[in-house]
Write a protein that binds this ligand. Sequence first.
Ligand code: NI
Length: 135
Amino acid sequence: MRVSVYRRAHFNAAHRLNNPNLSAAENVRLFGVCNNNNFHGHNYELEVKVTGEVNPDTGYVYDMKDLSDMIKVEIEDRFDHKNLNLDTEEFKNLNPTAEHIAYVIYQILRKKIGKEFDLSIRLWETPRNSVEYPA
Ligand code: NI
């Protein structure tokens, strides 16, 4: 029997969306207030979905303590209260859109979670805007 389990987490981070290949005016048109020169913050809500077979011995798909510890160490400690553009290697050369942040989180956690599990990332940048990877 395959079941999906979910773990929610939260981090605050600052970013600036900007494409250096485009003009300043074009960046403002594309990214609006998210292009603000001096950065701005978001309260990111993260949901990590792990899907797999229920282990007949434990009744669990995945140990939720292990999953929450992994998210704390790999994601929250890395991104919480950081300026994504300036403080993180991951976004030095990658525009920190919600799409890219979800993709980066997926790549980090994918290496830590066994291949027998499917993984999906949902990330809310605002209470009304969220992305999911893989689509
Ligand atoms: Ni923004």
